[in-house]
Design a protein around this ligand. Structure first.
Ligand SMILES: [Zn+2]
Length: 465
């Protein structure tokens, strides 16, 4: 037996098992998993003694090179995917956003163009529907067949992205027909807009009012409504960036009833809280994203939710805007601060630190949350999301005990601040492989922009969940 690469002496961790084993890679795929593999003829041997060998991270919620609120997110598909690779993420699903009135296909083509020759890791797309005329309705099945097997809808941002319940219901029915998934931004945008307008009229213009005008009840209500609409349409629904207990309770109730309702949360909701909005001056603009930071007690509920499978996935909602010039657009009016924060690089380390070292769950559950479950829910499994013979050799070799401090001074995202500045992490990716190629070696990027491929995702009807 000859392998291109053999990973020796590591501890393989999948969503279900932990075992000492070598991993042999040929032609970009995992070719053998065994006690001891021959290395004489191997092209490359990686010693993983004392390290964990896990499937590469799958981040199903990123916004690279996205125009929004008069500017564009600061990471493009090159800088963003390189930062992702540093953090052990080897596949991401970004959002192709439909311009109102245009074909959905045009959004897909546009985002394919943005990623082409830039992405350093594999990628796929959800399609954001902002207007669903008869033509776009007819396009949905074709997109699912072409590997865009999920659509995102917004119940927030009236006038920009928000769609009404009838549109949501129609999109859900059509998605269910072709076996796709609906991703939902669940906040009651109409109510929030009334509260925002009142705040502005009262002269409340500082960044903290972004958080204070978006109550948890607005997220809970919309989450419950999204699930009810999905139930009536016979569709699966995935609540994105769930931030608070009010929304978590709605998902828990639905899942207790056996509905195909799923949800993700993000590291910012697990590690940060609304106290950040009390920072002096304009500093708190760094934490203006949607949903906003919540009262601290919600964090424990979210960790519990991850442990008990009320929440299935941790993604990042990476949507970076620099503090200088971009966040500053809202210096005198919080509604003009571009909404979003950077997170693509530190998801695995943060969740390993808080989840595994924090005593909430096992390394297997960690792998499930950051890789296997997102791959399964979004039609990438078993090509992505596990260590198995035949799967892509997307592998992160992880030191569970190395400690680092997160800082904008050392991160690789193209942004001038970190949401997690000063936070100590324990658990760091050392070597990262994408389809068998080493792209991060001893903490240095050695991959190549443009080597990432578009991954055509399967419809859910073909996927074991
Ligand atoms: Zn988002």
């Amino acid at each position: 037996m000859r392998f291109d690469t053999v990973i020796k002496n590591g501890t393989v961790v999948t969503a279900s098992d932990t075992f000492a084993s070598d991993v042999g890679i040929t032609d970009g795929r995992i070719a053998a998993i065994a006690d001891s593999l021959p290395t004489e003829n191997a092209g490359k041997v990686i010693d993983a003694t004392g390290l964990l060998v896990m499937p590469g991270g799958v981040d199903v919620h990123t916004h690279l090179d996205m125009p929004f609120q008069g500017t564009t997110s600061s990471d493009d598909f090159e800088t963003g995917t390189i930062a992702a690779a540093y953090g052990g993420t080897t596949t991401l699903i970004d959002f192709a956003v439909q311009t109102k009135g245009s074909p959905l296909r045009k959004a897909f083509d546009t985002w394919m163009g943005k990623a082409d020759r830039k992405a350093a890791i594999d990628y796929a797309f959800h399609c954001v529907i902002t207007e669903l005329g008869d033509k776009q309705f007819e396009e949905m099945g074709g997109l699912i067949r072409d590997g865009v097997s999920s659509f995102k809808l917004f119940m927030a941002y009236p006038g920009l992205l928000m769609v009404d319940d009838a549109t949501i219901f129609r999109a859900m029915q059509q998605t269910a027909k072709f076996g796709g998934m609906i991703c939902m931004h669940a906040e009651n945008g109409g109510v929030i807009d009334v509260i925002v307008q009142r705040a502005l009229a009262e002269g409340k213009r500082a960044p903290k009012y972004h958080a204070l005008t978006r109550p948890t009840t607005a997220e809970g209500e919309a989450t419950g409504r999204a699930i009810a609409l999905a139930e009536m349409a016979g569709a699966s629904v995935y609540i994105v960036h769930l931030s608070c207990n009010d929304a978590l309770e709605k998902v828990r109730e639905a899942r207790d009833r056996g509905l195909p309702a799923y949800a993700e949360t993000c590291p910012q909701y697990l590690f940060l809280s609304i106290e950040k909005m009390e920072a002096p001056g304009f500093e708190s603009a760094k934490y203006v994203f949607t949903p906003p930071l919540r009262e601290k007690w919600n964090q424990e509920k979210l960790w519990q939710g991850l442990t008990r499978d009320t929440l299935q996935v941790v993604s990042t909602d990476h949507c970076p805007f620099c503090y200088k010039e971009q966040k500053e657009m809202g210096k005198d009016d919080f509604t003009k601060i571009p909404n979003g924060g950077p997170g693509i690089e530190h998801r695995l380390s943060l969740i390993y630190t808080g989840g595994v070292h924090g005593g909430w769950f096992s390394p297997n559950r960690f792998v499930q949350l950051v890789s296997t479950a997102p791959a399964k829910l979004f039609g990438l499994y078993p090509r992505k999301g596990t260590i198995a013979v035949g799967s892509d050799a997307d592998i992160v070799i992880f030191d569970p005990n190395e400690e680092q401090t997160i800082s904008a001074a050392t991160h690789h995202m193209r942004i001038d601040y970190s949401m997690f500045e000063g936070i100590r992490i324990k658990g760091v990716p050392k070597t990262v492989l994408s389809r068998g190629r080493v792209i991060v070696e001893n903490g240095k990027f050695v991959g190549r922009a443009g080597s990432g491929e578009f991954i055509k995702r399967q419809a859910l009807t073909h996927v074991a969940r």
